[in-house]
Design a protein around this ligand. Sequence first.
Ligand SMILES: [Zn+2]
Length: 114
Amino acid sequence: MAQKLHAGFYNFIDTIRMKKEIHPQYNDTMVITCSCGATLTTGGTKDALSVETCSQCHPAYTGKKKIVDSTGRVERFKKLAEKAQKTKKSRKDVKSKAEKNAARAKKQEKKAAA
Ligand SMILES: [Zn+2]
């Protein structure tokens, strides 16, 4: 009788054990990086994670007013600003209309003189 109970107990344990090859790999040192620059090391199934706000910068913890960006709008704005800077730089190379007209006038003067 006791033997049967014992076997039943181990059968039960077998049913609640973690199934093999269906669980993700657990990483003991997952680094979470916040947009404010703070980092936190914890455990998880990913190698790294980036978040918009953390306990170092959230108004609830700091008591300071701050724009809390939950939809990534600040990131998007930064990207747009970066893009605008790049196009601004490339436009410096392009001559202005006045410069082009001056160059054209010089060419025509040379042609007239020859
Ligand atoms: Zn933060």
